[in-house]
Design a binder for this molecule. Structure first.
Ligand code: UDP
Length: 248
């Protein structure tokens, strides 16, 4: 009920969203792997939005465990290393599923790499059905293809699920003209165009993911995962965030 008081609108701006978080968001201060209290905290953010009737799907990266490019730089075959990275995202998805289910939220993990004994395979129509039934759907194993990232997977799945936006949860409350951690005078944008993000090489998501979102007119909403209740406020048009969209 506290959230209701915090957000004046009754109807969300974005009724169905895909939440993208990096694997690093799950590691807390550990520097590696999953930090269960941090995973639980993010799960509570998802719970608040879910309680307000938002249909939520998620893509979680794997960089807290393994990145294909790092393996390749150390001499591994790139495609093989990328498959390891995709498996890392499955571990993160299962960790998030546990945290959500501990809060009583029905959740399904759908993997782009079939793994029948641990989760469901990705089937688009089944995923849509899960969302309609109020389940949180976590897409694991990225796109299932090497040489891609989970940012691209997030954009792809958001389009397949007909989401109203990608919600990119980060450490800061939007897109800035320079790094706000290094430059106290950095300015935050309320809105910014896809092209400007690409031309100025602003670190929102991978360039290929931003280009895919632009070509399909899918807004990317950048907000802070660190602030309690921020995701829900932003869904209802309140608080501080940046919308990356078509040029005005
Ligand atoms: N990956 C991949 N194909 C995909 C998605 C991910 O090969 O469609 C691999 C890639 O090696 C990547 C790793 O999985 O480095 C982890 O994903 P990502 O780097 O996107 O995670 P994040 O930076 O968001 O934690």
């Amino acid at each position: 009920m506290q959230e209701l008081a915090e957000t004046g609108r009754d109807e969300p701006i974005y009724p169905r969203v895909l939440l993208k978080i990096s694997g690093e968001a799950l590691m807390g201060d550990q520097g590696f792997g999953l930090h269960p209290p941090t995973v639980a905290r993010i799960a509570r953010e998802v719970q608040k939005a879910h309680e307000r009737g938002i249909q939520i799907c998620m893509v979680i990266g794997g960089g807290n465990i393994f990145r294909g490019l790092v393996g390749a730089a150390q001499g591994m075959e790139r495609a093989q290393a990328d498959y390891m990275g995709m498996l890392a995202t499955v571990m993160n998805a299962l960790g998030m599923q546990s945290a959500l289910e501990a809060l009583g939220i029905h959740t399904r993990v759908l993997s782009a790499i079939p793994m029948d004994t641990v989760c469901e395979p990705y089937i688009r129509r089944r995923a849509v059905r899960h969302l309609e039934k109020g389940r949180v759907v976590i897409f694991a194993a990225g796109t299932g293809n090497p040489y891609f990232t989970t940012d691209t997977a997030a954009t792809l799945r958001a389009m397949e699920m007909d989401c109203d936006a990608i919600f990119k949860g980060t450490q800061v409350d939007g897109v800035y003209d320079s790094d706000p951690k290094l430059n106290p005078g950095a300015q935050r944008y309320d809105t910014i165009s896809f092209d400007e993000v690409l031309n100025r090489n602003l670190k929102v998501m991978d360039a290929s993911a931003v280009a895919l979102a632009r070509d399909n007119n899918l807004p990317i909403v950048v907000f802070s995962l660190r602030e309690d209740g921020a995701m829900t406020r932003v869904l209802f048009g309140e608080g501080r965030y940046t919308v990356v969209g078509p040029a005005a």
